[in-house]
Design a protein around this ligand. Sequence first.
Ligand code: PMV
Length: 328
Amino acid sequence: MTIATHPITAKAHTNIALVKYWGKLDTQLIIPQNDSLSMTLDEFYTKTSVQFLPELATDKVIFDGEELSDKDSAKIRTFLNLVRDLAHITYRAKVETKNFVPTAAGLASSASGFAALAGAASRAAGLNLNRRDLSRLARRGSGSATRSIFGGFVAWQQGHDDETSFAYPIDEQPTWDLAVIALVLTAKQKKISSRVGMQLAVETSPFYVEWIKASQADFETVKTAIQNQDFTLLGHTSEQNAMRMHALTLSSDPNFTYFNADSLRAMKMVKDLRLQGIPCYFTMDAGPNLKIICQGADAERIAQHFQAVFGDKQVLITRPGSGISISD
Ligand code: PMV
């Protein structure tokens, strides 16, 4: 095990959860309350390079070309400490990261961000982790990052401790022509982070226990839908699961929501399209941006329909993306 003598670069894609993670059993280790399942997206990714250097007195983090303050780089430095502990090294690191995802608008930039950081930092520290162990490491940065190590359809097994909570691929290179259309309604930072929002749900929503039961059932249903390439079952179950998650924010104390007026309008449009016989469903994470799940052949016309209404917003078609790549 030797520290790399040049920067190591990793590229990881973000993912959209079809069955969501919303709540931790262990907030320190980030052990979730339920299994979750996602699709990795080809269009949104993070590229991060890391080098541990003897001459550095502190970690230096450059994010999209600008050096982050101590406060803004705190989570990254905490994560680097984990890697240093694992590799038994003390050198500080130079980290350069570039995000090809609208940051913190519910497009899970933390997923691709911590997955890429886990890949680059571990390899730069001289660790040669397999992908399961990489997903366990990424999990310590952000729960959704656990799944971004793999491509295609990915499950995150809840587990009960650090060893047993990891992601595994369900179908890394799906032959299924699916698309997810991201409607970027706002690229602003979200007001209530997923960390705060989910903890509030665990502690205060009277529906939390029911959410766990429903999402475990959804997990099995979506897995079956993927195996049978059953689009209606996949879309319907994913949409229901997303709304159940958002029912937790509405039923938390204090209550809040990630919906904005445009998200509600777009949800109605999805339902109207379905009534017109165009199969599509929606999902939404911890931000107002809606993601529309559809079959590849319909993606272009559905995207045009939304673009016509949301003229000044980005409407981006994405397809199943690949797992992490790490350059030597
Ligand atoms: O891992 P975090 O803190 O980015 O939380 C992710 C929460 C959701 O995106 C809403 C759901 C999920 O499973 O990705």
